[in-house]
Design a protein around this ligand. Sequence first.
Ligand SMILES: N[C@@H](CCC(=O)N[C@@H](CS)C(=O)NCC(=O)O)C(=O)O
Length: 275
Amino acid sequence: MPYESRSLNLFEGETYLPDYVRLRVKGCDDAGLALAAHHSGSTSAGGEGCDACVVPTLYDREAGEVMVDSLRICRFIDEQDGSDRLVPEALDDAIRMEIGIVDNLPNYQMLAAKPPGEDRRPPSQRGKNGIDFATAKVARCDKYLEQFRDDPDLVRAYRAKRDKEFNAKQTLFDPASMTRAYGIMEAALGAFDGGLPRPRNPGCSARRRRWPICSGSLISRASIISAPGISGQTAGCPPSRRFIGADSSCRRSGARFSSGPAPCSARRRPISAPA
Ligand SMILES: N[C@@H](CCC(=O)N[C@@H](CS)C(=O)NCC(=O)O)C(=O)O
């Protein structure tokens, strides 16, 4: 399927550009998703509602259709070309269950704010508390609300996003909320280590079946966004902690991760993690 890809710089605020936001408002409306005006920490469009100022977006030029939300985008792509699916039909239920976990991780808090306890983030991140980031987003929305006050769709989008980020700034980044957020990530890693229900796939060896299909997305996401706050103190250094290098006694061991637990079928392309 031919496609053209455009990158948007989140930190430069390119996801707030009016033409892009207009596209997304259409995508949210067409999907019947209300615009989210509060932030629980999860970025799941299913649970939280739609955000018109974020990535990813897929625009089908031929059909004039706008698709928002990574989960819906994956499904849309599979509907176009059944021969080479991102989500094999036989594993649909299992993948849906695991994506449910990954999609509801508190990504925003872990990306932007100080972990509970000692701040072991890279020096460039240390000292950032999430509030500055959310405050900058509120200011950006205020600027566009003023500039496009006569455009009803843009006003709807920027107002909802403003309220959402204002709510985030007030509720997500205090120590108690951050401890809760890391608890959610720890629980997801615990589910991974404990082994989620296995997909029925006769092509997989028992050893390979040990590993959940989307574990790659969960673990790599954990290693990128939350390793500095994840405790390695869990008994026996479970695989997830070893991989993300949670603790000096649980050393990072990517080789071990990649040699044992290949996803259930090497023939299948891995599904990408929802944004
Ligand atoms: N699951 C949602 C999540 C979208 C999302 O929150 N994207 C973040 C990046 S991971 C973003 O673009 N943030 C920019 C901002 O809030 O300013 C989707 O796929 O639509």
